[in-house]
Design a binder for this molecule. Structure first.
Ligand code: GTP
Ligand code: SPV
Ligand code: MN
Length: 618
């Protein structure tokens, strides 16, 4: 039975039913009974059915499920992701583009009758706390129970989302997803920002199919934000509670699989804990930000769960994330420990299961399997896929912020950019002002990871960590950043850049990272409060080495010293000259020549930076 009288919703669902021709339409109310029944149905499917999910050990992992996707369907597919605006220049140089009519002409035949013999689920959901002025409603139509169960964790799903929408509003995002044949040749992830519409077909994986996440909360929402005066960003949101009891909120934009979940759930080093510091998580992937009545920038996390990278998550690196996954969690493409029907992934612990099922579904002897070298990669085989993920409810998080459901959001003091850079970029530096900070964001590059298909470890430009997620012209997006800065004036957050990933010649990380990143946050907070000074360098303000606290910091068996910090802050001007040459090439050739309207203020920043670097290099 339809759960709403909203005519816009009803008309659109009818239209999509007529197109996809499901045997049955089920409206998802979000009730426990309904979700339990769907869980029974999907876990009772026969072995080999590609929708199948598995129940895990009810004592050790209560309410947890397991699923594996096809080997060619394990990550976002940026080459098959499109922004379909009427005019090509509105999609800009960072997006694949096709005219909406042309794209629909291509996709309608693929969707025609695609749900015959299957059930269509109608999922109403809210991105953001129900009732928040910053929240928005979406409806996803899908033929996948896996999607329904994931959306239940990742969003506020169910009929209350319709109550928020009311009977007449047309302000909801229309998402249509079908697994279809999971045919990679016909896989499309398509956004129509001018129509608040998303069409996804032939994938069953994460960011391609949980349409509230990257498709809505970043691609469509960034476009809405530009038109409505707010920002949708690929950022975690955390709160640092200080010994005084006051909490300072920070957002950070790092590219996919570059440490957002880890930083968001950071456990401070012992010395900080003793002094009374605590970190709270508001979000681990996406921030929606808007100026509040007091003129400061406020952020909400539109999501309700964490779709986190499993490999590397362990009791030491991120105990809070691990705790999140102990109940009510869906695991995708990790390995199974058949001895006790639990899950395993690389670096969970040092004991890979002997009786294991690797992520593709083969039964193997774990230790022997990972001792083998993969012919394709030349690296050791892994039991879990490098981009295997957990979908865990935010309420499971031991450090979830008391402000998580606050409809007004939290006021942001600092914005951090970062990426994986083996060299060049120092541990931390601060922009001179918002405009320079916007330039810094536009200049983010990072080594690619397994979160998207394609080569791993290749340095690429990823402005604001939003390269795959800006739903319009990147030049206009930068202009929007500058406008927001003007609007916020002296209440704007301070902007920083960090790099946790500098390596030595052998590729070992020079900075311990994880909980010790608190030491860098400490400096950032002090800069926001004006309680520590800094060194002015050609690229921005850097800490004095002695202002990064290294008390109790032992790394690789050695006490970390201020000299080690100085090494991480040292600027190699030859490298920065190459960096600036590459930035100019990027602006000129990759953006401007391809239709990106780069704001003059950013070219000015580039000119000034080049001047400062040239002077310093002499
Ligand atoms: P998405 O969910 O794809 O957006 O990723 P994310 O940005 O949330 O990345 P996440 O925190 O899941 O980390 C990805 C990988 O980076 C994991 O393997 C982590 O163990 C590793 N990582 C995270 N933080 C650090 C750090 O401070 N230092 C080092 N060396 N590795 C880190
Ligand atoms: C990312 O790739 O940035 C993710 C995972 O957070 S996905 O939802 O698949 O996009
Ligand atoms: Mn992400």
């Amino acid at each position: 039975m339809a759960l709403t009288n909203n005519k816009n919703v009803l008309a659109w669902v009818d239209e999509m039913v007529a197109l996809t021709k499901p045997d049955k339409v089920v409206w998802i109310d979000g009730s426990k009974e309904q979700l339990d029944a769907l869980t029974e149905e999907v876990t009772s499917l026969p072995e080999g059915n590609r929708d199948k999910m598995y129940k895990l050990n009810p004592e050790k992992l209560p309410g947890c499920l397991y699923h594996r996707t096809l080997p060619n369907d394990v990550a976002r597919v940026e080459d098959r992701t499109f922004i379909c605006t009427k005019k090509k220049e509105d999609a800009g140089p960072t997006n694949n583009w096709m005219a909406p009519d042309e794209m629909k002409a291509k996709l309608v035949p693929l969707y025609d009758g695609v749900m015959k013999g299957r059930t269509m689920y109608v999922i109403p959901y809210s991105m953001g706390p129900i009732g928040s002025p910053l929240a928005k409603v979406g409806v996803e139509l899908t033929d996948s129970i896996y999607v329904v169960l994931n959306m239940n964790i990742m969003t506020r799903m169910g009929k209350q989302a319709f109550e928020n929408l009311g009977d007449v509003s047309n302000d909801f995002v229309r998402g249509l997803h079908s697994k279809a044949d999971v045919d990679p040749e016909n896989r499309y992830i398509v956004q129509f920002p001018e129509e608040n519409t998303i069409w996804s077909i032939n994938s069953a994986y994460g960011g391609n199919v949980l349409l509230g996440k990257k498709c809505f909360a970043l691609r469509i929402a960034s476009f809405q934000g530009k038109n409505e005066g707010w920002m949708a960003e690929h950022m975690l949101i955390l709160g640092v509670q200080k010994p005084s009891g006051e909490t300072v909120y920070i957002t950070a934009a790092f590219p996919s699989a570059c440490g957002k979940t880890n930083l968001a759930m950071l456990i401070p080093p012992e010395g900080y804990q003793k002094a009374g510091y605590k970190v709270f998580t508001v979000g681990d992937d996406i921030a929606w930000m808007k100026p509040g009545k007091d003129g400061r920038l406020y952020a909400i996390n539109p999501e309700n769960g964490f779709f986190g990278v499993a490999p590397g998550t362990n009791e030491k690196s991120n105990p809070n994330a691990l705790a999140c996954t102990k109940s009510g969690t869906i695991f995708t493409n990790v390995a199974l420990n058949n001895a006790d029907n639990t899950v395993w992934w690389e670096k969970l612990d040092k004991n890979p299961p002997v009786d294991a099922t690797e992520w593709k579904g083969a039964k193997v002897n774990g230790p022997e399997f990972i001792a083998e070298v993969d012919e394709k990669t030349g690296k050791n085989k892994t039991l879990a896929h490098p981009n295997s993920r957990f979908t865990a409810p935010a309420e499971n998080c031991p450090c979830i912020s008391p402000e998580f459901n606050n409809p007004a959001g939290v006021p942001i003091s600092a914005i951090i950019f970062g990426g994986r850079r083996a060299s060049t970029t120092p541990l931390v530096y601060q922009s001179f002002d918002w405009t320079h900070g916007t330039y810094m964001g536009s200049a983010v590059s990072s080594e690619t990871t397994a979160a998207a298909t394609g080569a791993v470890g290749v340095l690429r430009h990823d402005p604001m960590a939003m390269k795959p997620f800006i739903g319009y012209n990147v030049g206009d997006y930068w202009a929007h950043w500058l406008e927001m800065g003007e609007k916020l004036g002296d209440k704007a957050p301070k902007i920083f850049n960090v790099n946790w990933f500098k390596t030595d010649d052998e590729g070992n990380f020079l900075w311990p990272g994880f909980g010790d990143n608190m030491r860098v946050l400490d400096w950032i907070i002090k800069r926001c409060e004006g309680t520590v000074d800094a060194v002015e360098t050609p690229i921005g303000y850097e800490p004095k080495a002695e202002d990064i606290n290294v008390d109790g910091l032992v790394y690789e068996g050695k006490q970390f010293t201020s000299d080690d910090i100085a090494d991480l802050l040292k600027l190699d001007m030859d490298k920065w000259e190459s960096e600036i040459t590459e930035m100019r090439r990027y602006y000129d050739e990759d953006i401007k020549a391809k239709g990106g309207n780069i704001p003059a203020a950013l070219y000015e920043q580039l000119d000034k930076l080049e001047d400062r670097i040239k002077k310093a290099a002499k």
